[in-house]
Design a protein around this ligand. Structure first.
Ligand code: TXA
Ligand code: MG
Length: 336
């Protein structure tokens, strides 16, 4: 039995309303994907350019046929293995999928979220799809807790469902199945190793540099070089390079802080007066806390936050991707 808030939210969505809801990755800003006015309202609220497509969220894989015109065997395999879960699949769109959802493209992004509240909402909504981008303004940090959504959208949205902090804290992994070989468009909460385990080492294409798409071809907003950004300027540096950089900035009279992994490091040599903020050392925990931490740091209005570069390996793919975009426009990842 869905609770009253979910029944209410589903009724509002059927009536063309906009409802923020939790998923296992981040909070989404949902609207009936078949209702063009409702979807346009999501774009307006987010201040999102109309050519940046939204993900359609479904209760279960059997609904995919209502949205995709072709479903290759590989797609079926990935759905069977990873849905519900943090994997979004890009497939050819049926003609009746509103092009306002797909940003004018003939492909559609689909996923079934693995969060009890999202699942209950989708079921109560009744067989349709919810177009739901992350519930933040365009280009900013995604929300991983209800208050993040409330502090940005307040009463502008019809309802905000509170599901507590999100389990993964980073967005879903997006895989395109439009070409022969499946291709990662956005690294995310589903690890590359999981995709490789299912499809084989060569069965999936991932090019870490492909994300720096030029703003003139903004097919994947997350792929714009600057995205997922807090208001505070960020710099990413190898841990050994932090003390020298901190000293330089302090000498310029700037108010700065350091954000680093919580490890027992001796003799780091950071100036003692420098505020230090910590993130968990393990990747899953780091990912879960990252966005909330960046939001929190924004409230102190530092001139700059120096971030310790996480390990440069594939288990950190999504974290490194988001940090690079969050810091874009600032000096690049420094070398020791
Ligand atoms: O974890 C997530 O995916 C979250 C939760 C709420 O599900 N949603 C999310 O939505 O991150 P959004 O709109 O912030 O990012 C969706 C990404 C965008 O980068 C968008 O361009 C891409 O999906 N996308 C959507 N449709 C696409 C398509 N047809 N082709 C290529 N990329 C597409
Ligand atoms: Mg987003």
């Amino acid at each position: 039995m869905p609770n009253k808030l979910i029944t209410l939210a589903a009724a509002r969505l059927r009536a063309g309303g906009v409802v923020a809801f939790p998923t296992e990755t981040v909070y989404g800003l949902g609207a009936d994907a078949r209702n063009e006015d409702a979807v346009r309202r999501v774009f307006d609220l987010k201040e999102r350019p109309a050519d940046h497509p939204l993900i359609v969220h479904l209760a279960e894989a059997s609904q995919v046929d209502s949205w995709a015109s072709e479903i290759p065997q590989t797609a079926r395999r990935l759905m069977a293995r990873f849905w519900p879960g943090p994997l979004t699949l890009v497939l050819p769109a049926r003609d009746d999928v509103p092009r306002v959802v797909t940003g004018g493209q003939d492909s559609v992004a689909l996923r079934t979220p693995n969060h009890p509240m999202a699942q209950a909402l989708l079921r109560e909504f009744g067989g349709g799809g919810l177009a739901a981008p992350s519930a933040n303004r365009f280009g900013r940090v995604s929300p991983t807790e209800t208050w993040h959504v409330r502090s940005v959208f307040g009463i502008q949205v019809d309802q905000i469902l509170d599901g507590g902090p999100c389990r993964f804290g980073l967005e879903s992994t997006i895989v395109s199945l439009l070409e022969e070989r499946p291709r990662v468009l956005r690294p995310g909460a589903l690890p590359l190793s999981a995709l490789r385990a299912e499809l084989g080492m060569d069965g999936i294409e991932y090019d870490p540099s492909s994300g720096s798409a030029t703003p003139s071809t903004p097919r994947v907003p997350g792929a714009l070089a600057a995205h997922y950004a807090p208001a505070t300027p960020l710099e990413i540096h190898a841990i050994e390079a932090l003390p020298a950089r901190a000293t330089t900035l302090l000498d310029q009279g700037l108010r700065i802080a350091v954000l680093r992994r919580n490890r027992n490091l001796r003799g780091l040599g950071l100036p003692p007066s420098l505020p230090q903020y910590l993130l968990p050392a393990r990747v899953e925990n780091y990912a879960r806390s990252l966005y909330a931490r960046l939001r929190e740091l924004d409230r102190f209005a530092f001139d700059c936050v120096l971030i310790e570069a996480p390990p440069d390996d594939e288990t950190w793919w999504a974290v490194n991707d988001r940090l690079a975009r969050a810091a874009h426009g600032q000096p690049r990842r420094g070398r020791a």
